[in-house]
Structure formats: C-alpha cells, structure tokens
Design a protein around this ligand. Structure first.
Ligand code: COA
Length: 174
C-alpha cells in the first residue's frame, strides 16, 4: 500500500484546495478518540478553522503541512512547526500526525514521518521534538523510527471525551 501512496508538502493553491480534506482527517481523528488538542464536540467546521490558521502560518514560513494521498484521496497528514525561539534555530516540533481511520495500519503514518524528517532537514533542522499519548499506536511508531523517549508526564492532556491521558515526550537528532 505505501507504494501506492504519495506524500508531499502542501503550499499555495494546493494547500487551500485541500483544506476541507485535511479537516476531514482531523475531525475523523478526534471522532476516533485521538488526543490531538481538541475536545468533543468537534465539528468538521472546527477542524477547517484550525487548518485555516495553520495554512496562514505555512504562508508566513513558520509551519509545514504534509499530506499523504492514496490516488486522489487525502488520507493522512503531519505538520512541522518551524516557529521556534531565536536560540533554537536548529529545532522543530512535529505535530498533528493523523491518518484517517479507514487508511491505518498500511504504513502511511511511517511514510508521513519519514517525509516530515526529510522536509525538516531541508529547512536546516537537526533536532526534532514531539509528544504523544502514552501507550497508543503513535508511541510505538516513534519508537520504531528511532525517536528517543525523554519521559512520561502523567495526566498531561485529555482525550476528546475528557478523560485524562499521560503524554510521552520524544526527541530525534536528524
Ligand atoms: C498514529 C497514527 C498516525 C499511525 O498511522 P498508521 O498509518 O496506522 O501507521 P503505520 O501503518 O505506519 O503503523 C501502525 C501499525 O500498523 C502496522 N502496519 C504497517 N504496515 C502494515 C501492513 N502493511 N500490514 C499490517 N500492519 C501494518 C505497523 O507495524 C503498526 O503496528 P503497531 O501499532 O502494532 O506497532 C494513527 O494511528 C492515527 O492517526 N492515530 C490518531 C492520531 C494520533 O494519535 N496521532 C499522533 C499524535 S502525536
């Protein structure tokens, strides 16, 4: 399946054309219980508004949005946040890795992360940081891809339904 999937960085008119599709993946993730900043109720409109703000940051050069396409269909996304303090120019944050529930467990999450690293390196970044819910598929994915666990923060965030969840912080030198 990954052979049939293309990952690319979205910008300009293509990014704007794909905002609804990106929002659909985010809304699906939250509906599926992913702890990615949001609480229920979370609508497609809420997701579209979030991606509208991130798209503005892409235009300002402080964020990258990548998308995975299975044929014409956008099935996953990940972001590289380049907005770092002046004394951390070599660092970026990875955020909002999401694969639509209908497309999971085919290697698309891994493909997105591999491309995020390539794009971050192209921006001159040598250190990446991220955090994720402890014990989920994403944590296993990051471990598989060579990320180093910094530690676990108990009760750091909430699932969309309001239950608390622990968060694992990772870094990777690239
Ligand atoms: C985390 C997430 C992005 C992973 O996406 P994905 O496309 O399913 O990721 P992959 O397919 O690369 O890997 C997932 C699993 O499928 C397995 N897999 C990959 N290709 C496979 C294949 N061809 N056949 C069978 N299994 C496969 C992997 O080994 C992995 O197994 P594991 O979870 O038991 O370790 C996805 O689950 C998701 O969107 N979750 C909700 C949002 C979230 O938590 N994001 C992280 C926020 S930091």
């Amino acid at each position: 399946m990954p052979g049939a999937v293309e990952v690319r960085r979205l910008a300009g008119s293509e990014l704007h054309e794909q905002l609804d599709a990106l929002a659909a993946v985010l809304a699906d993730g939250v509906a599926g219980g992913a702890s990615v900043s949001y609480l229920e109720p979370f609508s497609q409109g809420d997701a579209r508004a979030a991606f509208g703000e991130w798209a503005a940051e892409v235009e300002q050069g402080c964020r990258l949005i990548l998308a995975a396409f299975a044929g014409p269909e956008l099935v996953g996304t990940v972001q590289v946040n380049l907005a770092v303090p002046p004394n951390q120019p070599h660092r970026a944050d990875i955020a909002k890795l999401l694969v639509h529930r209908s497309a999971r467990r085919r290697g698309i999450g891994q493909l997105l992360m591999e491309h995020a690293e390539i794009e971050a390196r192209a921006e001159g970044k040598t250190l990446l940081v991220l955090d994720t819910v402890t014990g989920d598929a994403a944590e296993r994915l990051y471990q598989r891809l060579g990320w180093t666990t910094v530690g676990v923060i108990p009760g750091y965030a909430l699932y969309p339904d309001g239950r608390p969840c622990d968060t694992t912080v990772f870094f990777k030198e690239i």
